[in-house]
Design a protein around this ligand. Structure first.
Ligand code: GLU
Length: 433
């Protein structure tokens, strides 16, 4: 048999903090580890479709601002593409491409019949009025309507988007089509076809993986300590469920700053405080600390729940945690990863750790398709089963191949995607060793 060779691609040698370069490098390494041909890498390295849209919005001042948005659809061999929409000033085309590849892997790891997609708009939503935000949300969905749909590509919430934004978007799509199609998007308000448990799902899934990682590493969660970067939907829900397990959450942060209380924060109280519209830095029963001080706190568990590249060559050296649970997508750079590994930190990689969101999104879509809705208990139980099963699949892959958790997670996802490529005849026998 012809030996499988791997050519060097110039762009992935010079990985910086561009998530698209990072994901390509990780894909390539994992394909190699699985002894698959480079041909597979060539199929997977580019999203099958990427759309850039212009989004003119009339601002309250009367001025028209033209925002830029993207939607990337990576691969649909396992099912329709699926993934969130983020509103963030740092959005760019490469970021959205990378995030769509991560979604493909995430769905494959969880054995969901879905491919990967992702969308984003370059905007700081905090600068918009509610009317402007609604206008932007509706305009974005109108512009991507030709390429989405319940059997094609199914959006959902991501950074800075929420059930209300999803409500506007589904309403706009329904208006265009002339009838209600709840399964075109997930993360909707429950009253218009959202699923019980979706809002909590990502955080709940993160904590399930932390619980299992604690068993593997021999950490007793009762009385263990945690610090969280990010207090949006995922961060706040993760704090809630960690607290319920008896973990002392000693520090949390958001874009405005971080707070710390050595004896542990009163999470239920902090959640009500934030839900009432206050900033965490206004919470007086804790000490305010600079955001960068969060990384070096003496805790057992560190949860990055914000954006990419937060754990890097500068921040990784000070991390003392034994478990890093990647609730955000792409929070650790390859340099950061190396440093954590050297210290023996147990990393729960993003494509496993935060997959609870898309899993319950899948359940939402299934419920929409059959027009019959499950109770929260049923949703949570199904989520629990899937997360635990996937966690141990990744762990077994790690142990069988003596590799790290991240590569193991890529390999579990890739194996399933490659099986679909094979079944569809996209790859030949010679692409396997
Ligand atoms: N945005 C979430 C993620 O990164 C959820 C995607 C979805 O529910 O489709 O996994």
């Amino acid at each position: 048999m012809k030996p499988i060779t791997y050519k060097v691609e110039a762009d992935i040698l010079t990985h910086d903090k561009n998530p698209y370069q990072i994901v390509k490098e990780l894909l390539r390494d994992s394909i190699k580890e699985l002894n698959l041909s480079e041909n597979i890498y060539h199929i997977l390295k580019k999203p099958m479709r990427v759309l850039e849209v212009s989004l003119p919005v009339r601002m309250d001042s009367g001025e028209i601002r033209n925002f830029t948005g993207y939607r990337s659809q990576h691969l649909d061999v396992l099912g329709p593409t699926k993934g969130g929409i983020r509103f963030h000033p740092g959005v760019n085309c490469d970021e959205v491409k990378a995030l769509s590849i991560w979604m493909s892997l995430k769905s494959a790891i969880l054995d969901l019949p879905l491919g990967g997609g992702k969308g984003g708009v370059i905007v700081d939503p905090a600068e918009l009025s509610e009317r402007e935000l609604e206008e932007l949300s509706r305009t974005y969905i109108r512009k991507i309507t030709p390429i989405i749909g319940p059997q094609k590509d199914i959006p959902a919430p991501d950074v800075n988007t929420n059930p209300q934004v999803m409500g506007w978007m589904v309403d706009e799509y329904d208006k265009l089509r002339g009838y209600n199609i709840p399964g075109m998007l997930t993360g909707k308000p429950i009253v218009i076809g959202g699923s019980q448990g979706r809002l909590e799902a990502t955080g709940r899934g993160v904590v399930i993986t932390i619980r299992e990682a604690a068993k593997v590493t021999g950490i007793n969660l009762r009385g263990a300590t945690a610090a969280l970067q990010g207090f949006g939907n995922v961060g706040s829900m993760t704090a809630k469920f960690l607290d319920e397990l008896g973990v002392k959450v000693v520090a949390v942060s958001d874009v405005h700053g971080a707070i710390y209380a050595q004896e542990g924060l009163n999470i239920p109280e902090l959640l009500s405080f934030v839900n009432a519209g206050n900033r965490i830095t206004e919470y007086t029963k804790a000490q305010t600390i600079p955001n960068e001080d969060l990384f070096g706190l003496p805790v057992d568990i560190f949860v990055p729940a914000a954006i990419e590249n937060q754990i890097n060559e500068y921040t990784a050296p000070v991390i003392q945690a034994k478990i890093v649970a990647e609730a955000a997508n792409g929070p650790t750079t390859p340099d950061g990863n190396k440093i954590l590994e050297k210290k023996g930190v147990f990393i729960i990689p993003d494509i496993l750790c935060n997959a609870g969101g898309v899993t319950v999104s899948y359940f939402e879509w299934v419920q929409n398709e059959m027009n019959y809705y499950w109770k929260e208990k049923e949703v949570n139980q199904k989520l629990e089963e899937r997360m635990v099963e996937s966690f141990y699949q990744v762990l077994t892959m790690r142990e069988n191949n003596q590799i790290n958790m991240r590569k193991a997670a890529y390999m579990v996802g890739l194996k399933r995607i490659v099986e679909a490529l094979k079944a569809r005849g996209w790859v030949k026998r010679t692409d396997f060793s």
